[in-house]
Design a protein around this ligand. Sequence first.
Ligand code: OAD
Length: 236
Amino acid sequence: MHAVRQWLDQARSVAVLTGAGVSAESGVPTFRDANGLWKQYRVQDLATPSAFARDPKLVWDWYNWRRSVLAEVKPNPGHYALADLEKRIPKFTLITQNVDGLHELAGSRNVLRLHGSIWEVRCLACGHQAVDLRISFPEIPPKCHCGGLLRPAVVWFGEPLPSDIWKAAETAARSSDLFLVIGTSAVVYPAAGLVQLAKSSGARVVEINVAQTPLTGDIDQFLQGPSGELLPQLIA
Ligand code: OAD
């Protein structure tokens, strides 16, 4: 912890990659932990383009259930610590795989959402994308004003990441002198590849997680514990 505090004090450019673990203490289910979503549901039924083509109602019912869970939760001290840290570091980029919007709610500004937002929808017909905070829709699946089918504006398995956001994330990772990877199992690519990119570009890499991951043996410092406790201590 002491060494990481010093690195943070010296850092001019910090990039952070977060995953579902940062929101766990807010009450948001993760994907691959013991009670994780992918332990209860099958990815191929709910989070792929072909699942949506096959059964858009099933997919929307699931996303609506997740929206209803997220509508009740608040950022936790880990989210707030990252928002505070941003104010202290000259160049700071928060790259998140989370679609829940909690980093922004906590006050983080420079956020790159690699996997989109659960609170946005996109029309399959006209491509129109918009924020949509509804939890109950008059019909499921919901329709666009043009009549086309709306889908959640998230990235599903088998889909590319938004290229401008990905480029910005690569640039942030490459130019960081300190890279924090927090609350992610680091098994989903390309997101997890940012850690190696940062490291090979000369950044120190610090991981914060309650459990070890495939990255743990290969980084500069592993801080084991809940991010909602460790992050506030780190920036105190
Ligand atoms: P995972 O569920 O795969 O991993 C969550 C990680 O958070 C695990 O490594 C846990 O050990 C850790 N964790 C749990 N509670 C924590 C806490 N309180 N503090 C710190 N760490 C904690 O979630 P992601 O890595 O985010 O993608 O998953 C990556 C992507 O796979 C998601 O964005 C989503 C998913 O399928 C798509 O849907 C495209």
